[in-house]
Design a protein around this ligand. Sequence first.
Ligand SMILES: Cc1ncc(COP(=O)(O)O)c(C=O)c1O
Length: 482
Amino acid sequence: MYLEAFDPAPDQTDALLRAVSDLVGELVTTAGQRPVLGAPRGEELVEGLLDTRPPLEPAALEPVLAQVRAVLATGVDNAAAGELAYIPGSGLLSAALGDLIAAVANRYTGLHGFTPAAVALEQGVLRWLAELFELPERAQAVLLSGGSNANMTAIIAAREKHADGRADLACVYVGEHAHASVRKAARIAGIPGAQIRVCDSSDGARLDPEAVRIAVKQDLADGLIPIAIVGAAGTTNAGAVDPLDALADLAAELGVWFHVDAAYGGFFQLTARGRDRLAGIERADSITLDPHKSLFLPFGTGALLVRERDDLAAAFAEDADYLRDHSDDLDALPDFTAITPELTREWRGLRLWLPLQLHGVAAFRDALDRALDLAMHVYDRLDADANLEVVGGCPDLSIVTFRVPGDDAAQDALLRAVHADGRVRLSTTVIDARVALRLAVLSHRTTADTVEVALDLITRHAAAHVAGHRPGPVGREPDLVP
Ligand SMILES: Cc1ncc(COP(=O)(O)O)c(C=O)c1O
């Protein structure tokens, strides 16, 4: 099939959607069974794709889609159930459908006056987010491309509020396990790298408020300007939750901004256990969330909640002579361009609104509860295994970190051995200057069976390592994606 027009005729549109829906249908229905590792890495495609240039005349749909299929048959399939590495992101068809509708409709939602109802649809779901974290009515949430952008937006707002125009004197206080994007955000905001204070943990995992207090005191004595304390509601390394209440107390006492990076852990707030563990988050000036992590949305959806909508406006509102021909008369609706770094943006709200409508909030809550249960099960099994040491004790959320006896190379070897099977993927990090393995349960596709596969592989390879020999075959030994 050839597309003769940018806007195809109805029968062509149907045929096109059917061809794409065949591919999408296959992806969705096989996602739970596909191995996360084991596909060829696809190096042989790389050269050809790098050399590919768009044709002057239309290419036929079928070979073009075949190229897409060829790409998708390679590489790490991180949407698979066995993705237990880093922070798993799974992707929901319902959100992708929202994207498709939003992209085809292509409504401009940066200013509310053009299409108030589309902005209201987004604002409704943003209010739900703010209410989930018990923020006051004057709070405002915004959807951004991810957690890194959300952290950056928060730090810029904090700088505008507290640095008095002197970013060069501003200091930000983060934990040693804070995500790198927080330090990056501070640098982008113009805060000198040396004034991004990486403060000690009280227990090796959670930011110590006393360490922050000491650093602030010294900075004040040196004539610097403390502007923000950043806590983590689920560190990337180990899923640890910083003492948010104590950090909120300290921020209030010092009169600085309190930002919580809940990119990974935030949506556990939907569960009773999560809400308990995140206590204090509701006192934050701003909260980073990543619906593309713990709400299973496709990559490209982050969110920032800010207690005072005016703080966002102070940081991002800008006049433009050419933006005159619209009315901004509906006070209940935000102009996203005036409260974020972006002017033109996709109608992001639909990709969040549609899944919440179609699945209902309880489905997300239950999936996250299951992730907490599975992580506890992993912890119990690994903790009971004499060949393994669980690092950092019982998980706060859904990440378990562990080691086999031996040096860093032994940990890397265990990872390689587990990965040789292809069905599950773990990752490693460095905790207390030593490599540790980590297993993160978050994908909505990860089941008890997936976790059993991982546990079987980990415990059998750990036993073999301790005994000093390789275990027997554990099933398939596929082509490896390292
Ligand atoms: C705690 C935390 N903060 C921030 C980020 C960055 O988010 P993103 O990758 O969406 O930019 C991550 C990503 O893993 C994270 O785990």
